[in-house]
Design a protein around this ligand. Structure first.
Ligand SMILES: Nc1ncnc2c1ncn2[C@@H]1O[C@H](COP(=O)(O)OP(=O)(O)OP(=O)(O)O)[C@@H](O)[C@H]1O
Ligand SMILES: [Mg+2]
Length: 242
């Protein structure tokens, strides 16, 4: 579903070049829930922004559903962001002037889809994520967890290849954070969604199938969950200590 081959990216500050991502390669399969962890400055956000096509990279390839998205023009990238990727941001990025259901429909409106069909899809997603009772409310009238569930539903409405999330639980209390993780787990199990999430939170990451640990712009290690969640979390905490 998502494949990276030798991704390399540097930032230039003055005349000095900093290698930020050094030949990153990995694959995320359909229906997998994968987290990226690692120390501050290890390149997690840069990695996510490269996959999102928000920033250019110098070398390597990113394949999305088999299509190489490296070097496409801006118009083509905008289509990919709208139709092949779903985004969940730390600060929700819901539009205040639109109701919950309208926010969920937004990616379909942008893609110029049929209004009746999009309403059916949006209502289904509201059902799946338990937000039907608040669908006519506005973002200012709902809780943090409800906002984030709305954001997850919006990310899913175009049936993207991958949902990308940068610190989706970062601004939330533990109950709302749990609601977000539960909605990712549910998106995976009920809708076969593929989720790729950057997080500092070992608790959130312990719900994933796999965790890719970055260090100094390289894949330091990958951990696959085979044991129960609590043991997996211990293993993550242990790995991140080093
Ligand atoms: N636009 C930029 N120009 C120059 N250097 C940058 C830029 N953005 C990030 N960097 C540098 O690249 C490195 C990786 O940054 P990145 O934001 O990807 O880290 P991160 O792993 O997401 O960190 P955090 O956990 O703090 O969010 C850091 O050393 C950072 O200072
Ligand atoms: Mg970051």
């Amino acid at each position: 579903m998502l494949k990276l081959r030798n991704l390399y990216k540097s930032y230039k500050t003055g005349s000095v070049n900093y290698d930020v991502l050094k030949n990153i390669s990995f694959e995320v399969k359909k229906g997998e829930f994968v987290a990226v962890m690692g120390p501050s400055g290890s390149g997690k956000t840069t990695l996510l922004n490269s996959i999102s096509c928000f920033i250019p990279f110098e070398k390597g390839e990113i394949l999305l559903g088999g299509e190489n998205i490296s070097g496409l023009n801006e118009e083509k990238l905008a289509d990919i962001r709208n139709q092949k990727l779903g985004f969940v941001f730390q600060d929700f990025m819901l539009l205040d002037g639109l109701s919950v259901i309208e926010n969920i429909c937004l990616p379909q409106i942008i893609a110029d889809k049929d209004v009746l069909k999009m309403e059916v899809l949006a209502n289904k997603l509201c059902n799946t994520f338990g937000i039907s009772h608040i669908k006519d409310k506005y973002p200012a009238e709902i809780s943090g967890g409800e906002k984030q569930r709305t954001a997850v539903a919006r990310a899913l409405i175009n049936q993207p290849y991958v949902i990308l999330a940068d610190e989706p639980t970062g601004n939330l209390d533990s109950k709302s954070a749990r609601a977000v993780i539960d909605s990712f787990v549910q998106a995976k199990s009920e809708l076969e969604a593929t989720v790729f999430m950057v997080t500092h939170d070992s608790f959130a990451a312990s719900f994933c199938d796999r965790v890719i640990v970055l260090k100094d712009g390289e894949v330091y290690t990958e951990l696959t969950r085979s044991e129960n969640r609590v043991k997996f979390m211990d293993k993550l905490l242990d790995t991140l200590k080093n």
